[in-house]
Design a protein around this ligand. Structure first.
Ligand code: SAM
Length: 225
């Protein structure tokens, strides 16, 4: 049976290097590892999940796929789902806030040395995650932005190494900013609309808040112009 992924998870799947040994953190249904192994894209994976219900659902789906020799579900928080002996070469962490993803990476730092590629899909606070990557000697090597069901998602792929990232790069994404795709423009136009509405609600005598919002508006306008 071929597992059909959502557009978001399919784009994440396309980022996972072929033949990786993957740890998917927060693998509630194990859809990503199952689809990748079914497609012959990777040979083996660990589906890590910290909550019992989703973990059981991952276990059930792995059993139903007949791939329990290649994929193992483990009940654990973050990178505690693996040991160095597992030989993990790629990690995916998707569908969580950027700060939580950074916290998971920070807590599992000792496991990251042997890992070649991180594929991360934060649902928000992408800037915090990019800052963590920069400050911990990870270099962003690719990014993608997509829209699905009215939501915008960013995918970040990072490898060991260092690269300069400005505050604007952290906020908008170095590759996304360079490309300025129509989806990128639409995401930030929506943000701009929200900020303009927020500004219209702030009384004229509250200059502190007005100027903070106006500054954000100005930055976004400059980025999408
Ligand atoms: N990764 C899937 C995706 O992108 O569709 C599932 C996203 S779901 C919104 C987030 C999952 O991450 C939940 O099942 C949650 O229990 C799990 N999770 C949150 N913190 C975690 C942690 N520290 N370690 C492992 N799993 C975690």
């Amino acid at each position: 049976m071929d597992t059909i992924l959502s557009k978001r998870l399919q784009m994440v799947a396309d980022f996972i290097p072929k033949k990786s040994k993957l740890l998917d953190v927060g693998s509630d249904h194990a859809y990503l590892p199952i689809a990748l192994v079914e497609a012959g894209h990777i040979d083996a994976a660990i589906a890590g999940e910290v909550v019992k219900g989703p973990f059981e659902s991952a276990q059930k789906n792995i059993a139903a796929s007949g791939l329990d020799q290649q994929i193992e579900a483990r009940l654990a928080s973050g990178l505690a789902a693996t040991t160095l002996e597992d030989g993990i070469t790629a990690i995916s962490i998707c569908g969580m806030g950027g700060r939580l993803i950074a916290e998971i990476l920070e807590a599992g730092k000792d496991k990251l040395e042997a890992v070649e590629t991180l594929t991360l899909q934060p649902n928000n606070r992408e800037d915090d995650l990019r800052r963590w990557l920069r400050d911990n000697d990870f270099r962003i090597q690719a990014e993608q932005i997509l829209e699905e069901n009215g939501k915008y998602y960013e995918i970040i792929q990072a490898v060991h190494g260092s690269a300069f990232l400005s505050a604007l790069d952290c906020r908008f994404g170095p590759f996304l900013l360079k490309e300025k795709s129509p989806i990128f423009i639409a995401k930030w136009q929506r943000e701009l609309d929200k900020l303009q509405y927020a500004l219209s609600c702030v009384p004229e005598d509250n200059q502190l808040d007005r100027s903070a919002i106006s500054q954000k508006i100005k930055t976004i306008e400059e980025m999408i112009s």
